[in-house]
Design a protein around this ligand. Sequence first.
Ligand SMILES: Cc1ncc(COP(=O)(O)O)c(C=O)c1O
Length: 386
Amino acid sequence: MRNRVADHVQKLQPSGIRRFFDLAANMEGVISLGVGEPDFVTSWGVREACIASLHNGHTSYTANAGLMELRQEISRYLAQEFEVEYSAANDIIVTVGASQALDLSIRAIVDPGDEVIVIEPSFVSYAPLIELVGGRAVRVGADAERGFSINFDDLEAAITERTKAILLCFPNNPTGTMLTRDELIQVSRLVEKHDLLVLSDEIYAELSFDEKFTSFPTLPNMKDRTILISGFSKGFAMTGWRLGFVAGPTDIIEAMLKIHQYAMMCASTMAQYGAIEALKNGRQDIEAMKKSYRRRRNYFVASLNEIGLPCHNPGGAFYAFPSIKPTGLSSQEFAERLLLEEKVAVVPGDVFGESGEGYVRCSYASSLEQLQEAIKRMERFVKQFR
Ligand SMILES: Cc1ncc(COP(=O)(O)O)c(C=O)c1O
């Protein structure tokens, strides 16, 4: 046997977030700003709906694309909240988290050698998922000077004959950056000019704090070119349920469904029943969580700036992405020393791509008391470099 593990898997790097998470998990008294998940428990109504589904014996597979009732609720939700119409029967698949929606989207459209543009710093799974199918992730650094917004000259310069799609994420993980409607329209012009597709990861859509969220497929001529990826993990505080969805043009959704049928059959049945309830009656819970995140963002970002870690004001999600350049440390050194010396876990920015070097990601989905204590410790840590 030449080798037991396939070459393309051997070449994959393990996620840099996990490494820090594991390090922190083995230490006592750590304040973790490391993990990207809500600190709320899923609302009780949703949990009850799941329990009721078990009482009612709903323990078998659902349709491959998901329960029709759930797809209808997703279709209604997208129309009401984001003003975009998708057919429950043909244009939506319920997936195992937004993670599987991303994987399916990429597998359905990328041939070996195709290029997909990823704006970095970006969520850690994008480039590996593209590379796993033999595609090439073309990384374009975001414009740090403008709060990590897109640099359109760099974006257009990265487009080649082989470019198939642009992968967008806003509000962004790890920077929290929102793209304005005007910026999205600029992207859409490039998409039309160069005949591309867009993978729009809108998992944080519910958590945009300062302006109305624009869903990419609502832009002129973009619906037929966009695969919309979203889910329940972040806005609905349902990370452990592993439930997401993808919506898009019928031909691409059909292609994805073929892969989904073979790879996954369907998403978890009881989780799907919970999600129906989340969409029907869970909206007021989102509002309360969003208010709380916004309050924490305001405190945390202002405090970072005060202690000498310059941070742009992130328009959404629950991440702050401060510069640690004033300390003279690399992102890895900063994160490692902060953890060892002050027991605060953050994620080094370079795990989100080269352009994240000089920054760290802090998730502020922690209690205000924990955030206050984290700031105290970070201030003590940063002072030694003045
Ligand atoms: C930008 C982004 N996309 C997708 C995901 C995956 O979400 P899910 O839990 O729904 O698989 C995450 C999770 O951190 C994320 O930050």
